[in-house]
Design a protein around this ligand. Structure first.
Ligand SMILES: [Zn+2]
Length: 140
């Protein structure tokens, strides 16, 4: 079980499709390997890191460039994206980024939230803040 788990259930006509949508909140260290901790920072992307889907165990390798190139485009349906947004801290766009994707194996909608630290445009650092994961399809 993730240390910090919360679920959201929505009802109502406008959110009929999103009814019983479960979004779990994972600390980065629960689902990612290869992040660095140091003085004044935690869960920093350095080189590459491995994300393991908590629903099915599928592993995805992310590189520093994956976060550098993240442009906020999302493959999620608008309604699902809004639900994910509800769980995402609202920070200025140049201080925070997200990577949205569906797990290639179980299709669980997934959002990696990270903070962007820009040291005078010379070096960018990406510190993973949290990972939000919706429900995946049951595996056979
Ligand atoms: Zn999965």
């Amino acid at each position: 079980m993730p240390r910090n788990m919360l679920s959201l259930k929505r009802t109502g006509a406008a959110a009929e499709m999103a009814k019983s949508v479960v979004i779990d909140h994972y600390e980065p260290e629960a689902v990612m390997r290869g992040l660095l901790d140091g003085e004044g920072f935690r869960n920093r992307v350095a080189g590459a890191c491995i994300y393991t889907c908590p629903r099915c165990g599928h592993r995805i390798r992310f590189r520093w460039r994956s976060f550098y190139r993240a442009d906020g485009r999302s493959p999620m349906a608008r309604q699902l994206r809004r639900i994910l947004d509800d769980f995402t801290p609202e920070l200025p766009a140049d201080e925070q980024g997200v990577v949205d994707f569906h797990c290639p194996t179980c299709q669980a909608p997934t959002r990696i939230i990270f903070s962007i630290l820009d040291y005078k445009k010379i070096a960018y650092h990406f510190d993973i803040y949290a990972v939000l994961v919706g429900e995946g399809n049951p595996q056979k």
